[in-house]
Design a protein around this ligand. Structure first.
Ligand SMILES: [Zn+2]
Length: 360
């Protein structure tokens, strides 16, 4: 659900977010409450305010990533909040190590700014309850920033570490290998540390840390798989792996007919072809914008020359780079002026799934 749009960046929250808000409020007002010294009524109110402000902190953090990415003209498909936090959806791969480092570092830096601001509020307010609230937020944001700077995937520090080792080695692939290795070491350390802590009686903290370690190892594996797939597909061409279109439309189909045909196949986008020649593509949005339902799709489509279509001879790794830097959902793959198919995020997921299953 979209909740706001700030500077052209969509903020979306999933319903689990409401549940998280209630859970946090409950945790912050229970027996282990950091606000235990306040009287019960006030404690619940402060616990609720604290939960809301923690989510605002996460939002600011993700928004900082998104805003810097936008400055580098990368496509940003919004900030999404869910039960464990948030994620800034940035399409496009980083053109340089500097860009990657800046985008990754923006998050923890903004969190430190929020911590400083909370500290200032804590010093300025006169109410004891509000003072405690801001003291807690100061600590929480410092902890969040430090945790995020650990040099392990999928944390921001992992991206910074990748950018630094990219800068030193001059090779993006080598940097990925190094960062994955470091992430695994951190993951294992978290799991061992967590297990020791759990064994010594701190069950909840111990299990949480084991979980974090598992999360880090899973992320490192994901990055490794991605790198392995891209490394292995250097000699495979975009034309070989492109997905065929769900349907093709002739240029003289009416917008009304096109919409019905696309709805029947649940297609977001369809190519318009004459014989085998690709003329352009038409999306559901194009059709919704068209004011004459009897008008031809040929007059509302995006023409081939404006599609940023890629050649079917292009190797898969470059094709995927082109897809992500275009910020589009899918890219047409053409052989001469004929349509060979499309590559999309779904194509990449299919390649990953295949590699996961058939890796020897
Ligand atoms: Zn971040």
């Amino acid at each position: 659900v979209r909740i706001a749009r700030i500077f052209g960046i969509d903020i979306e929250a999933d319903w689990s977010w409401v549940l998280a808000l209630l859970l946090f409020t409950w945790a912050f007002s229970g027996a282990d409450s950091p606000f235990i010294r306040l009287d019960p009524g006030m404690r619940v109110a402060i616990a609720f305010a604290c939960s809301v402000l923690l989510f605002v902190s996460v939002l600011i953090h993700e928004f900082a990533h998104a805003a810097v990415a936008r400055r580098y003209h990368l496509a940003v498909n919004g900030v999404h909040l869910f039960i464990f936090g948030g994620v800034a959806r940035i399409a496009g791969s980083m053109a340089s190590e500097g860009q990657e480092a800046m985008i990754a570092a923006a998050g923890p830096l903004s969190t430190l700014v929020v911590a400083a601001f909370s500290l200032l509020c804590a010093l300025l307010v006169s109410s004891e309850a509000v003072h405690e609230l801001f003291v807690y937020l100061t600590y929480a944001n410092i902890a969040l920033a430090l945790f995020n700077m650990l040099p392990a995937y999928p944390l921001d520090g992992g991206r910074v570490a990748h950018a630094i080792s990219w800068g030193i080695s001059g090779s993006r692939e080598r940097a990925t290998e190094v960062t994955i290795g470091v992430s695994r070491v951190f993951g294992i350390a978290f799991i061992l540390g967590g297990a020791l802590l759990a064994a010594s009686g701190n069950l909840v903290s111990g299990v949480t840390i084991v979980f974090v370690g598992w999360f880090v190892i899973a992320a490192a594996r994901g990055e490794w798989l991605r790198a392995a797939v891209l490394g292995r597909l250097g000699h495979v061409t975009a034309g070989q792996i492109a997905d065929p279109p769900l349907l093709v439309l002739p240029p003289n189909a009416t917008c009304e007919e096109a919409r019905a045909a696309m709805a029947a196949r649940r297609a977001q986008c369809a190519p318009v072809t004459l014989g085998n020649r690709l003329l352009g593509t038409v999306s559901i949005d194009d059709l919704e914008r068209a004011n004459d339902p009897q008008g031809y799709v040929g007059s509302v489509m995006t023409r081939t020359e404006d599609l940023g279509a890629i050649s079917s001879e292009l190797p898969v790794p470059q094709a995927i780079d082109r897809l992500s830097s275009s910020g589009r959902r899918e890219l047409a793959v053409v052989s001469g002026d004929e349509l060979a198919g499309f590559i999309s995020q779904a194509t990449l997921s299919r390649l990953l799934a295949y590699e996961r299953k058939h890796r020897s």
